[in-house]
Ligand binder design. Structure first.
Ligand SMILES: Nc1ncnc2c1ncn2[C@@H]1O[C@H](COP(=O)(O)OP(=O)(O)OP(=O)(O)O)[C@@H](O)[C@H]1O
Ligand SMILES: [Mg+2]
Length: 431
């Protein structure tokens, strides 16, 4: 090293904000830089050739012994952090000369040879007070974050609970809506059966009058007269028609009630094998009131095996899709119901000729509360609920739509539910 380089090195060591101490092999002080003078308040000239621990008695610790032994015997660079040993020597001043709170230090002790090949030690002291302070702040921030995390977990639990309650109330609302529709459906046949009964009562009254007259009649002619005046021929024809019509009406009511029973099974939340077409038909019957003024319903059922599912829940999904389809149709359109199977999967599909879905909202339709319907019309929970149900069945929903050209929703379900391990594997693959 030429003298210029030595000067540069010296200037650097003097100005660097790191404590530099050079010790001989017996730990006698040979040199320290400006940083040590300033921060210790001691002068180098009085410390030269003194043992480190004489000038800095606080350094006389077992830990220093271990460091020196490692550096001496194994030739290692030995690094200690303020977290294990807050400081090696006491440096009570800042570089400015102002008293400062205790300086925390990271230290590095390493062996080297001087020009004559004598063993020396370099001891570097880094002021880590600032870092420790920010570290402490970091720790505090971390603790606060942890706390926040716990709060958030609790919040998520609350939200999940609220969500479950919402889904439950959506289910109830759907049932309420259904009940209204069903009431309307039943009202009509009940109405005419009732009015038929009234007419029939009048007819029976007249018929009884004819029969009663048999006993008191003077002649057959008189009876014929009465029969004629009471329009017996007309009654006779009409009675049959009225009874036929009333039977149809009662049949219709019976069918709706059976479908309603099939559809709901609200209490049974168990997976079991079910005929999905039967479920679809009863769902259709139940929502008929919502559909019949909006669309012609076309069934294109394929072959389906029995499917392991919670039938009332799948009915609910199909009901949501059917009602959405009807809502999407402005005047009068067509709703096509299809089904089919592929390998171990089955699918049910609802296609409508309605207004279609804007591509910009296509990825939002399953969000809870997402609705494009006017306030008070849609809650925006139908598809979110359906999505959850289908996921619970390890299935998926696909949607295809072009604005102005209707929409097609396809629900895929595995014919048999996967075992818990399979379900976990699948979930892993999709992550
Ligand atoms: N068949 C469809 N055609 C067009 N848009 C649809 C169709 N199905 C769903 N959507 C869109 O997705 C949105 C969300 O549907 P979802 O069933 O979740 O809620 P909603 O029908 O608005 O209200 P809710 O079902 O709770 O009464 C609808 O508002 C609509 O914009
Ligand atoms: Mg809906």
């Amino acid at each position: 090293m030429d003298s210029r380089q030595s000067e540069l090195a010296r200037a650097l060591v003097e100005q660097i904000e790191i404590g530099v101490i050079i010790l001989d092999s017996e730990l006698r002080i040979q040199y320290w830089n400006n940083f040590i003078s300033q921060c210790s308040g001691k002068q180098l000239q009085y410390a030269l050739q003194q043992h480190l621990t004489r000038i800095f008695p606080e350094a006389d610790t077992p830990s220093l012994g271990t460091m020196v032994a490692q550096a001496r015997e194994q030739g290692q660079h030995v690094y200690t952090e303020w977290r294990e040993n807050p400081y090696l020597i006491h440096l009570p001043y800042a570089l400015s000369g102002q008293p400062s709170p205790l300086m925390l230090q990271n230290t590095l002790l390493f062996p080297f040879s001087d020009m004559d090949g004598q063993l020396c030690f370099g001891l570097l002291l880094y002021d880590t007070s600032e870092f420790a302070r920010s570290k402490r702040q970091l720790d505090a921030a971390l603790r606060a974050l942890c706390h926040k995390q716990i709060e958030q977990d609790q919040l998520i639990k609350k939200l999940e609970k609220a969500n479950a309650q919402l889904l439950q109330s959506e289910k109830l609302a759907a049932i309420g809506q259904l009940a209204a529709g069903v009431a309307h459906e039943i009202n009509n046949p009940i109405g005419y059966v009732f009015s038929n009964l009234k007419t029939l009562a009048g007819y029976v009254h007249d018929l009884l009058r004819i029969i009663d007259a048999i006993d008191g009649a003077a002649s057959l002619d008189e009876l014929r007269q009465l029969k004629h005046s009471l329009e017996y021929d007309y009654i006779r024809n009409d009675v049959e028609a009225l009874i036929g019509e009333s039977e149809d009406g009662i049949d219709r009511v019976k069918k709706i009630i059976t479908s309603l029973k099939d559809f709901s099974h609200i209490d049974d939340d168990e997976f079991r094998l079910a005929d999905l077409h039967r479920g679809l038909d009863s769902t259709l019957n139940v929502v008929n009131n919502e559909l019949k003024y909006k669309a012609e319903v076309v069934k294109e059922y394929g072959e389906l095996p029995e499917v392991e599912c919670i039938p009332s829940q799948i009915n609910q999904v199909m009901m949501n899709l059917l009602v959405n389809a009807a809502h999407a149709i402005e005047q009068f359109g067509r709703i096509t119901l299809r089904s089919g199977q592929q390998d171990d999967w089955v699918w049910l599909e609802v296609e409508d000729s309605g207004q279609g879905i804007d591509p910009q909202v296509l990825n939002r339709i399953y969000e809870p509360f997402f609705t494009t319907k006017p306030v008070g019309k849609g809650t925006g929970l139908g598809l979110s609920l359906s999505y959850n149900i289908v996921r619970k069945h390890s299935g998926r929903i696909e949607v295809f739509s072009q604005p102005g050209q209707g929409a097609r929703f396809r629900v895929w379900l595995p014919a048999r539910q996967p075992t818990a391990e399979q379900a976990q594997e699948d979930a892993g693959q999709h992550d």
